[in-house]
Each structure stands twice: as C-alpha cells, then as structure tokens.
Design a protein around this ligand. Sequence first.
Ligand code: FAD
Length: 291
Amino acid sequence: MLPSPFQFERPSTIADAVRAVGDSGDGMFYAGGTELLLAMKMRVIRADRLIDIKGIPGLDCIAVNDMNEIEIGARCTHKKIAGDSVIREHVPALASLCAEVANIRVRNVGTIGGNLCFGEPHADPPTMLAALKARLVLEGSKGTREIHAEDFIRSEMETVREPDELLRVIVFPRPAGPVTYRRFKHGERPSVNVAMAWSLNAGGSTIRSARVRVGALGSRPQPLTAVEDALRNVAVAEARRAIETALPAALDQLEVNADRHGGADYKRHLAGVLLLRNADEAIIAGGSWLK
Ligand SMILES: Cc1cc2nc3c(=O)[nH]c(=O)nc-3n(C[C@H](O)[C@H](O)[C@H](O)COP(=O)(O)OP(=O)(O)OC[C@H]3O[C@@H](n4cnc5c(N)ncnc54)[C@H](O)[C@@H]3O)c2cc1C
C-alpha cells in the first residue's frame, strides 16, 4: 500500500525544522525513514508533512565534550556509531550493539534518534542508554530540555517528546568501568536484552556502583535494583556470586509482557542467563581497568 499524500520539506537549521513540523501533530520529522515509511505505508501513521532532518549540519557528530561526556548526534546511523573511533574506544559494547541492530539496509540509514523516538519496546539502544545514564537533549518551540533516557519512553510506541521537539543529541558520562550488553532474539528484533555498566574504584578491583537494565520485556527498560544494590562496594572477583544471590528476587520484580517472543517465565529466565553472561564478560573486562 502507498502512504497517503504528504508534503516534504528539507530545512537546514534546527529552528526551521521545529517551525516546519509545527505542534499540531500532522507534521513529523523524517530521518532514515526505516520505521516511519513502513508505518505510513501500512497507514498506521498518517503525516501531512515530513520534515527531513538530514540536511541539518551537526546532528551526526560524535565527540567527547569538555565535561568528559560522550555526545552522539541523534541523526547518527547505527552504522556510523558501530564504526566510530570514540565509541569503539570508550564504549565498545555500544559499537557492537549498533553493528548488530536489524539488517545492513536498516543500519545504513536508520538513526539512533529515530530508534529512540519511535518508542518500539523491542529495541536495543534504549536499554544500553538507560544503563549508561544517558540524557536526551530536545529542541522545541518552547526551548531546550533534557530528559533522562530512562524517562523518555512513556509506554509502548509513546515517548514524552512533544510533536515539535527534535531530539538533537544523546549525552552520557564516559564510562568508569566495563559496560556490557547481551541480547536474545528469535527474529529481527530483541526478545530480551540486558545492559550493565560498572563504575570501579580507583584501584579497579572493587565495584563502586552498578547500573543494570533489562529491556524488551515491558514497554521500557527496567532496572534490576536488587542486583545493583548487591553489587555496590563488592570486589570484582565476587561479583558473579553477588548477582546469583540477588537474581531470583530481582527477576520476580520485573514487569513482563508475554507475547510472540515468549511467555513471562521464559523471558525472566532469559534475562537471568543474559545477565550472568554480562557478568562474566565484565569480570574479565574489569581486569583491564586495574591500575
Ligand atoms: C526490519 C527491521 C529490523 C529492525 N531490527 C531492530 C533491532 O534488532 N534492534 C533495534 O533496536 N531496532 C531495530 N529496528 C529499528 C531500527 O533501529 C529503526 O528502524 C531505526 O533506528 C529508526 O531510525 P530512522 O532514522 O529510520 O527513523 P525514522 O523512521 O525516520 O523515524 C522514526 C520516528 O522517529 C521520529 N524521529 C526520527 N528522528 C527524530 C529526531 N531526531 N527527533 C525527533 N523525532 C525523530 C520520526 O518522526 C518517527 O516518528 C528494526 C527496524 C526494521 C525495519
């Protein structure tokens, strides 16, 4: 099926893009179009105006800023992030994640911003970005605001973004310890995924704090708080045991949708397996942080 007719605009600044999209909801930003055009062709989404953001300079930069934070422009494609030297050096797990998202066609044009703004629950980057404590910077007619990646997705296919807010950049602190990620998928999108980020103490032998997020189970990534508590101030060598002890209760707390990817018990089980695989990788990777 063809989409219903729409106008197409190509602004060259963020301000013009925000003005062009308007706040009525009948205009939409267009990045790679990998989600949007499919949804429009299926007539699930109708837009009268598409505002192509590919001509706006600066939206596809990746850099470490003055605050020692990593910035990823929202229009960076999965392919670009996978091959970027800053990401490969500081967050190799994010580079690998992006290298395996979807298929080569989607990775070539699909953007991280489009992934986040679509709000599809079976997605990879939201889980990782929540574990990295990322903030999303939005530019709209009412000005700039920052939202924690964690709070961005409101429910399935729905975010807190206003229709005229453009996601400009994703920012997160440069990791101070190993970051790991594991996904399991039956088809093209993840059925369950787990991301873990440790902050190590100065010597590198003890975990100062840990962030653990499980994604694709509910509408948005969820923290495994009991595991995070169990890992605080624990020696890296003791981490697996600490996780195994806290895991059963932590998994019970997860909100899990049973769907075509599997039943709730099965997905909880997978989340536990993936977390322990993350732990094994983090323990090995932790060795390279030893001073
Ligand atoms: C076959 C297939 C397999 C896939 N498999 C995976 C997978 O395994 N894991 C995974 O995580 N994802 C997967 N995806 C999703 C994929 O990552 C997204 O399609 C892609 O990242 C979307 O980016 P885009 O630039 O094409 O977005 P678009 O389709 O252009 O836009 C998507 C939505 O975001 C809005 N938008 C885009 N950019 C911005 C912005 N900067 N600010 C505000 N709003 C914006 C648009 O208005 C639209 O509502 C898959 C998709 C397909 C089609």
